[in-house]
Design a protein around this ligand. Sequence first.
Ligand SMILES: Nc1ncnc2c1ncn2[C@@H]1O[C@H](COP(=O)(O)OP(=O)(O)OP(=O)(O)O)[C@@H](O)[C@H]1O
Ligand SMILES: [Mg+2]
Length: 379
Amino acid sequence: MNSHFIGMMSGTSLDAVDGVLVAFDVAGGSSQLLKRASINLPKLLKEQLTFLAHSETLTFRQLAVAEDGLTRLYADCALQLLADLPKSQQPLAMGCHGQTLEHQPNLVPSYTLQLLNPSLLAELTGKNVIADFRRRDLAAGGQAAPLVPAFHNSVFRSANKDRVIINLGGIANLTFLPALLLSANPQQAVIGFDTGPANLLLDAWFQQHWQLPFDAEGKQAASGQVIPALLNTILANEYFARKPPKSTGRELFNPQQLSSWLASCSGSGEFAAKDVLRTLVEVTAVSLVDQIRMLDPKAIAEVFVCGGGWQNSFLRARIIELASPRPLASTEALGIPPQDVEAAAFAWLAWRHYHNKSGNLPSVTGAKGERVLGGFYPA
Ligand SMILES: Nc1ncnc2c1ncn2[C@@H]1O[C@H](COP(=O)(O)OP(=O)(O)OP(=O)(O)O)[C@@H](O)[C@H]1O
Ligand SMILES: [Mg+2]
């Protein structure tokens, strides 16, 4: 007997709210994606959220207006998924991530803030909502991120091959799944962490210089040259060498920081915009592949990739080239299209919460123990 859950997500790229309807079997280990919906963030909402994520001063009203707009977008996405659904596929609950405004797991006190009004969402959709997934892990001493490796572990783990799952969102994150039965190192736990920037800096730079949301297929980046000084300056950041558990976001990788990296290595000259873009692709690909290699020095793991960055064919080609001879494919080969994995993870986290099961992996987040994640907002 299957049970159905909706998962909805809007990530650091601030591009869209993505939603999926997923059927889980009793054990939650097998999942079937039944329906997807995606709504682009309207320009005004994107501006409001960008302002909130970077502002030193803001009013409660600004926060409330953006929260209301975002929640109504989540509701529209849910209503698209719910339209014409047979009774047998009605979701028991919807797992909703909300929009991260700030993530500071290493400050004292630590905090992570996801904007969403789950009460309004329950009211607008008439469905149970589960939200606020990250703060319980943080309260238990964890990084509260990444959360998706627990889902990867449940649905993508192989019996006889070590696997790496990569998500190329605003930030790139990596999950290492040792083979269940035939691992080279049977004691090894699942590892997952953010490797650094993916689309976040690329999009910011592209929007600034081309006035378009992103570099479609990486065409402009492909026409540029790597700037070695800039590449080395960015890769020298201590974040890349730090051992997991670790997580990052806009707090470290943002346009202001990029400006200061540029200033520190430009001397008196100006760099061409396409060369900076090309260098940012290289930063993503090199930092990602270096960190895969640190986990898997013998190149035995299979690598599967998801997230919007997989659509960037130039970035994809650079990662494939650098990761060689590891075989790379999209998560489509494992049954979930690359653009749906993150939303499906929140459907799974909702499934876990609904059944009073833990949603975090302490080996990934560093939390003191397993915890049931999220709060429940009845229909
Ligand atoms: N055709 C394309 N060519 C180049 N880049 C693309 C293309 N399609 C999507 N992208 C990139 O993917 C991004 C969206 O990716 P995605 O939705 O996975 O990121 P996200 O919302 O930040 O998610 P998360 O951070 O939760 O993983 C876009 O902002 C863009 O940079
Ligand atoms: Mg997105």
